[in-house]
Design a protein around this ligand. Sequence first.
Ligand code: BTN
Length: 324
Amino acid sequence: MASTRMKLINLLENNRAEYISGQELSNQLDISRTAVWKHMKQLELDGYQIEAAPRKGYRIISNPDKVSQNTLQWGLETKWMGKHLHHYDQVNSTQDIGHELAKEGAPHGTVIVADEQLKGKGRKARSWHSKKGEGIWMSIILRPDLAPVQAPQITLLAATVLAQVLAVEGDVEPQIKWPNDLLIDHKKVSGILTEMQAEQDHIQYIVIGIGMNVNQDGSKFPDDIRYKASSLKESTGHAWDITKLIQKILKKFEHTYEVFLKEGFKPIKLTWEHYGYRIDETVTISTMKKKWKATLVGIEADGALQIRNEDGSHEKLYSAEIEW
Ligand code: BTN
């Protein structure tokens, strides 16, 4: 069903200037004219404006500005990422749906996108503001052939994907704040939440949640985060097409994941450190036991932050408060 609709959209898109008759579409798609008509109705529900002229046929007048399974998959240039894609108007959390689908056997690369989340989850049991149509609220199911200790590599990989997409598409200078916050001009625009189901030595699946503030006006952020959160619109001065942005992220994610499989973590580490926030700078760090100054050096393959203390010794941090 979905692939016939994709073919139909392609036919209409490639003939935008002309009408295509119902008979021609029915021949090319090898479906009845009634089925063509039903697909057209579905496209209209997806937000496509379609003109149906008697004795001439159909043509697309305008593309939808809303996000749907069809609009996301049409023009998605991936081989496996997002080939199974679920779009919802409203959910509690795309992470929960990700877990449900993964338990039912959803394949590697399954993507879940929602326009709105009622109970969006952030790291450390925080909530994540996910208002309707204002951002990317998306989870990706991955089934990497890795040990559970390597899972942080996937999160770090995801952060490099987002940084690179924003740098190219937004002409901005994103930075990755350890472990995986995306900042523009020192304000958070995106966060990543990784959840995993694993046996002792093997990951069954990972649900990687990406939240990105896209089209919010700055004043829309709740008081408690307004001074430290931003959106792409706020930092670039213009609104963004959420569908296109998701497609770019999925394409880059697929590519980076394949590089990771072929070449290991090294290229990811280098990219992460290129975008790393305050790398090579001295910051104040505190744990339950002490507070001290150290220089941020980079990241380790297990996701730890590498620091250099004032006496020259190197240390790995897994959790600590950093005065950014
Ligand atoms: C963070 O705390 O920075 C991580 C935020 C992750 C939010 C995303 S939005 C899509 C997915 N669904 C959720 O409920 N959370 C993640």
